[in-house]
Design a protein around this ligand. Sequence first.
Ligand code: GUN
Ligand code: ZN
Length: 450
Amino acid sequence: MNIVTNQDNSTLKAIRGQILSFKADPFLSDDPESCIDYFKDGTAVIGNGKIIDVDHTQSIKKRYPDITHTEQYSDDALIMPGFIDCHAHYVQAPMVGSFGETLLDWLNTYTFPTEAMFADKEHAAKTARIFIGQLLANGTTTANVFATTFESSVDAFFEESERAGTRMICGKVLQDRNLPDSLKDKSAEESVETAERLLKRWHGRGRQLYAVIPRFAPTSTPGQLSLAGDLYQRYLQQGVYMHTHLDESEDEIRWVKELFPDAENYTDVYRRFGLLGDRSLLAHCCIVSPAEWEMIGKAGASALHCPSSNLFLGDGQFRWWDAVAHNVAFGIGTDIGAGTNFSVLRQLGEAYKVGMLHARGIDALRSFYLATRGGARALRLDDRIGSIAPGYEADMTVIDLKPDSFTEWRLQSVTDIFQKLFVLQTLSPAKVIKATYVAGEKVFHSGNGL
Ligand code: GUN
Ligand code: ZN
């Protein structure tokens, strides 16, 4: 056996290869190159699921002469922090790619009937396993996830995440009006009691984190929003989140105006009920007025950009430069099942195109920041995931720079690593993820068929 035990009895191992990670936010820097750590031949030392050290291989060899267990990748691979999917619905995995309709019809026609099936715990457990398997196969190690109404749909997800060892955020969806009875909470009080019970059961248990989740303003009564806001405020200091949708489509915004005529705007609905603050995670934010950006920025809330979903449903277009101007952290979400695939890499390609509709495509250095440390920042987890640096949890993905013969041929003439990554996010080749590590353990490698 090649594994050594160091003096304090923890098992160390090393992962060697080309390593890229971010240590600062390139959207806020005049010198984006200074925001990265890049080692052409680097080694990350891992113990007890965390990064102990990372440096040029020669330096690591000197500092850790006793490590004999090394997993080595060639120049044709790039080791990065695991990707972070900032917004997805695991309960919508069974309906990805359902044809047609804009947001509100799509919810009624496909989403609500699909989610109603999650009253069955076995169905939920099976779907959660498939969903997490797909994340890992796509290099994603953390996701911020909607379950649905049923308590068991939340348990099923966290149980699967715990089994996989992944750091995930999830919670019960609070929804007590404007949807079918099969999915509707029986009462605002009971729904929030259930949420609190789940919060106590799961928040901070291992790597699991809890979010209070009113689906969006139209599917909650003012009474439910108020109780949800109270719950979030009571647990905010313990790191609990509020996760919802905001300003995705014109019809939705019109409906919110009808339902909440006294609110200044859609964002103000959440603010009035105590749902806007640090750790408020706002999916979409496509059609956001200047006053709303102001409110979001002041509150310290984050925006979650879901480009393939917005294109699929014909929503508005996320304006990342507005987020930056208002000091709003943002990350990238697949938004399965309105999003069309599980790949954060493919979302980067779509985000570029959405930006280009306004001649503001995000370059590869910044987009890979968003996929990793930027996503962690948006989720307020940038002190523990999203970077390959000492003390961080050892969640990593290994990108294959020669995933197929065409991509290999295309990349022959490219030397700059970010130019290569831009080609990869644009092509998003099928076998681009070579391996995925969760807490230092390899949980996926291409060919193991998840
Ligand atoms: N707004 C409210 N619910 C949903 C949902 O499930 N998906 C999307 N894309 N938007 C929503
Ligand atoms: Zn969503």
